[in-house]
Design a protein around this ligand. Structure first.
Ligand SMILES: [Zn+2]
Length: 260
């Protein structure tokens, strides 16, 4: 996107994209370069679409849903104009370390919006798959939300005790425990004295997800996605994890609830 050979200066970007339509048409030409309009909606294999008069929106002939060239990209679901995204992209790609304050002044947004833009661009440009947790992973679910007993009586949620989460949001937490080893070495100042030093091989890391519920079918796909094969899951006895023990057919001899 925004090929360096095509856009050498910021003037090139601004001149080339004077309005939303020009941005969208450029995106569309890059996205569907073979001329086939692949529908970006999940579960749809549509390849044809109606084009709206604005030259920006399309309606899939198959699933009848609307989309634009931004759908499914990092620019999706934001009210930020595509022109601002393009200028921000140019600045990030051509300048070292653009701050959110500077970007907000350059493209006329709040700093919060500029920060959001930078986050999205960096995530997209970093290309790396998010690092998986490994080693020993402690997991737990917790329910976030106010206590029912503190609610006004007409706002109390009935039968919301225990694992019921009618009034709360379930959150799944996965924590990679710190991996360390100890070495014996000479004291740096006092000659003749040895000290034991802790060397951290892997720092503790935590990942949290809000989940629709705490059922096996919801939790296990997340765990399998986030945790590296070969790791060990330590959890309470909640049955959502029991299926994670290794399948003998895969030839794995590790402990129960190991990921393989
Ligand atoms: Zn479709």
């Amino acid at each position: 996107m925004l090929a360096a050979t095509e856009f050498k200066t910021i003037i090139d970007v601004v001149t080339r994209f004077p309005n939303e339509k020009s941005c969208h048409q450029y995106l569309a030409s890059r996205r569907w370069s073979d001329g086939v309009m692949y529908c970006p909606h999940n579960g749809c294999n549509g390849t044809q679409a109606y084009v709206f008069a604005d030259g920006i929106r399309y309606k899939c002939k198959c699933c009848k849903r609307l989309y634009t060239a931004k759908t499914g990209t990092f620019m999706e679901a934001s009210k930020i104009s595509t022109m601002k995204w393009f200028v921000a992209l140019y600045l990030v790609l051509h300048k070292k370390g653009v701050s959110s304050i500077q970007l907000s002044k350059d493209i006329g947004t709040t700093q919060k919006t500029a920060w959001f833009i930078l986050q999205r661009i960096r995530e997209t440009c970093s290309n790396e798959a998010p690092e998986q947790l490994e080693g020993t992973i402690a997991t737990d679910e917790t329910f976030v939300g106010g206590k029912n007993k503190n609610r006004h009586h007409d706002k109390k949620v009935k039968q919301s005790q225990g694992r019921s989460f009618k009034d709360k949001t379930p959150v799944l937490g996965l924590m990679q425990t710190e991996q360390r080893h100890y070495i014996k070495r000479e004291h740096k100042v006092i000659a003749g004295r040895t000290v034991i030093e802790k060397i951290i091989d892997k720092h503790a890391r935590l990942k949290c997800f809000t989940v629709a519920n705490t059922k096996t079918g919801t939790i296990q796909p997340i765990v399998r996605n986030v945790v590296k094969p070969g790791s060990t899951i330590v959890s309470d006895e909640w049955s959502a994890y029991t299926g994670l023990k290794c399948l003998p057919a895969r030839g794995c001899r590790s402990r129960e609830r190991a990921i393989c």
